[in-house]
Design a protein around this ligand. Structure first.
Ligand SMILES: [Zn+2]
Length: 342
């Protein structure tokens, strides 16, 4: 997920904690090593950046950075000499050499203001040697340097490193807060199932809704409708559909999940669907299907998709296809006898 594209988005569920951090700083009780944990898309990175800008700002306001001083301006164009950012590349660890480069910077005097900040995203990727190098920095903290680590959970971090960090787990906002927040950004979400899919992770949800709006997934949605259609009337097609879904299963199962949701909406809403519905383009087909699926079936199948999705993470490609095939058979079986004439 390109979290940098969320720079302009407000994250009100994190505001109380951000303010608390500033108070701690103002009271001179700020820790040199911080760890923020929480699921992907909760806003860890955004919070850390806000905090870094605040720490570096040379004209701090009572509840935020000033956004006007030289330091703030350099920070906003990603060109601050006292701010150092390290992120793990996909599926790679963060090694000791990368960490050493940073810790050397922490030992230098700040170039601009009074503080220096190092931010490490994906701290679970730190190798043991790299974590030890960080530990050394934290054991002899320089008065003006701050280290912020981000990770989904603390479980993969070395206990010795953890013991030197002040850890805060960031929680997802509740349903209503999240729905209101999305509404203000122009997205109407009525389905709690979609919130659960993303574990109420706001930025992950927003990313998904944006992508849907931009029609990035229209081809895949068409393939979903086609795939369901084919497997209903030509059973042997089920396996090619499952192969298709297994390729980027996470995203494709979500689109299948949406398909059931739109059928559900149609069923509730006397066969009407808003034009901004995700599967509006397939309205005539969905009108036929809603008559063939009971409310109970739709509920059960939504649960089945969620269940399959949670199983997928642990399996290889072949096993994924089998799991998805099993799911598709369940979906197919929930459709009532059709009077469709080919
Ligand atoms: Zn400033």
């Amino acid at each position: 997920m390109a979290e940098s594209s969320f720079e302009q988005v407000s994250t009100p569920w994190l505001t109380p904690f951000y303010q608390q951090l500033q108070q701690t700083y103002q009271q001179g009780r700020f820790a040199h090593g911080l760890l923020f944990t929480g699921s992907a898309g909760i806003g860890k990175y955004k919070l850390a950046q806000q905090l870094a800008q605040y720490l570096l700002c040379t004209n701090k306001q009572h509840d935020d950075a000033c956004f006007e001083c030289h330091s703030c301006k350099l920070f906003s164009v990603h060109n601050h000499l006292d701010y150092h950012f390290l992120v793990a590349e996909k599926n790679k660890s963060i090694g000791i050499d990368q960490v050493r480069l940073l810790t050397e910077k922490l030992n230098e005097r700040p170039q601009l203001g009074n503080n220096k900040v190092v931010l490490i995203k994906g701290a679970e990727q730190l190798t043991e040697a790299a974590a030890n190098a960080l530990l050394k920095t934290l054991e002899e903290p320089q008065g003006d340097s701050y280290l912020i680590l981000l990770a989904r959970t603390h479980h993969q971090l070395m206990p010795t490193l953890l013991s030197r960090l002040q850890q805060t787990h960031l929680h997802s906002p509740d349903d209503q807060t999240l729905i209101n927040w999305l509404y203000e950004l122009g997205y109407q979400v009525s389905d709690l199932g979609v919130l659960r899919w993303f574990q109420n992770s706001p930025l992950a949800l927003l990313n998904h809704l944006k992508a849907l709006q931009q029609d990035a997934s229209l081809d895949t949605r068409r393939q979903c409708v086609e795939g369901v259609f084919n497997m209903l009337y030509q059973p042997q097609q089920l396996f090619s559909f499952s192969r298709l879904l297994a390729n980027d299963a996470e995203q494709n199962l979500l689109l299948l999940f949406h398909l059931l949701h739109d059928i559900h909406k149609l069923k509730l809403n006397t066969e009407q669907l808003n034009q901004d519905a995700i599967y509006y383009f397939a309205l005539p087909q969905l009108q036929l299907w809603q008559a063939q699926l009971s409310f109970k079936s739709l509920r059960v199948l939504s649960q089945e998709i969620l269940k399959t999705r949670s199983l997928l993470t642990e399996h290889n490609a072949l096993k994924k296809e089998l799991l998805i095939s099993a799911l598709l058979i369940k979906i197919k079986n929930e459709f009532k006898e059709t009077h469709y004439v080919s």
